[in-house]
Design a binder for this molecule. Structure first.
Ligand code: FE2
Length: 365
């Protein structure tokens, strides 16, 4: 892109607003292999909330809960359940990013501000995206402290087992209402200068009962990828409809985390109690024919129910977790790419069938 008005340096952090951040932090540490690195809360002079920063590879999650009922975070959690509040992006200039975004029609949520402490200064601003989700722009070039001013460094005294091999955020998927996918595709084109790299319609992604439409938005560098889903008409309620009903609106559906050893990562997460979606054994007979030769042993993938797909650039391995809270909303994906630049479209049917078995168990199909 010749005129990149919105240069993005990478994923800064993903903040989840949750009912009980102390326990959520423990879950991400112990079940997913994150290391607790920083904390802000009543003990550090932040009176209204507690935030735990969790890191693994280049991934940074923040889990936050409020300590009072009359609070924006508490209301968010009451409405949506535990969910993704902020998909924060690292930028070279947070004031410029805000100026460019709002000029192009984005709704500002936090005006640019620079906060400093003994470790330097950090500049942030924020805009709204789908639902109650926001994008914070973060310029941390002049900051050497733990996460942000106001946070203190903490050692991960709970997690003695180390990580599970998760390296970086691959993509974050948003679910929006029926008929609104293209509005959000336009938003990411207009506000971020992103381009639609992949789209598929309900003829390509449907099972007997449900369907979805999806378009993938990507920045020029290909680092930041935002697939946007909307439900499509099916015989029964689609998984996107179920999400929208239980999240009470649009929001982030799943966070995909990259591994260079998905088998090892999945084994480690399973050993720690993380539960993944099941896939029928017959999927693997078909998968071998569909995808052909790969470095991994299909029997090992089958044992772990890891999905496999191929595009013109290579292949990928992926697996989806069950939802991470009681509401059937946010879940995670582990992905290992071998050249493939797509998102496992060939797996959608297999995935849908797996998700629908879960949906039927909850009585929501
Ligand atoms: Fe995904």
């Amino acid at each position: 892109m010749t005129d990149d008005f919105m240069p993005l340096l990478g994923w800064d952090s993903i903040e989840l607003w949750v009912g009980n951040a102390k326990q959520a932090a423990y879950f991400y540490e112990h079940a997913m292999g994150f290391t607790r690195t920083a904390y802000a809360g009543p003990e550090t002079g932040v009176r209204d909330r507690a935030s735990y920063v969790l890191e693994q590879g280049d991934i940074r999650f923040v889990v936050t809960s409020a300590v009072r009922s009359d609070h924006e975070i508490t209301r968010h959690v009451a409405r949506h359940g535990d969910g993704v509040r902020d998909i924060a992006l690292t930028v070279p200039d947070a004031a410029e990013a805000y100026e460019q975004a709002t000029k192009r029609g984005a709704r500002g949520v936090a005006e640019p501000q620079r906060v400093e402490d003994e470790f330097g200064s950090i500049e942030t601003s924020a805009i709204a995206t789908y639902g109650d989700t926001i994008h914070t722009f973060v310029n941390r070039a002049d900051y050497a402290g733990p996460y942000k001013p106001g946070y203190v460094s903490v050692s991960s005294n709970g997690n003695r087992r180390g990580g599970v091999g998760l390296l970086n955020v691959d993509h974050v998927v948003g679910n929006v209402e029926l008929g609104r996918m293209n509005e959000w595709v336009d938003f990411y084109e207009r506000v971020f200068g992103m381009t639609n790299i992949i789209h598929f319609g309900d003829d390509q992604i449907q099972t007997e009962y449900s369907a979805l439409m999806s378009k993938v938005m990507s920045d020029g560098g290909g680092k930041i990828k935002f697939p946007i889903n909307e439900p499509a008409e099916g015989k029964r309620k689609s998984q996107i409809d179920e999400y929208l009903e239980f999240y009470e609106g649009p929001g982030a559906q799943h966070i995909a985390l990259a591994s260079s050893d998905i088998v090892g990562s999945v084994e480690a997460m399973k050993a720690r109690g993380f539960v993944f979606l099941d896939t029928p054994d017959t999927y693997y007979e078909d998968a071998q024919v569909r995808v052909g030769e790969i470095e991994e042993d299909y029997a090992v993938l089958q044992r772990h129910k890891i999905l496999v797909d191929r595009d013109e650039d290579g292949y990928l391995l992926q697996i989806f977790t069950k939802t991470a809270q009681d509401r059937p909303t946010v879940f995670f994906e582990v992905i290992e790419r071998h050249g493939a630049t797509t998102f496992g479209e060939g797996n959608f049917k297999a995935l849908f069938e797996a998700i629908e078995r879960e949906q039927a168990l909850r009585g929501n199909l």
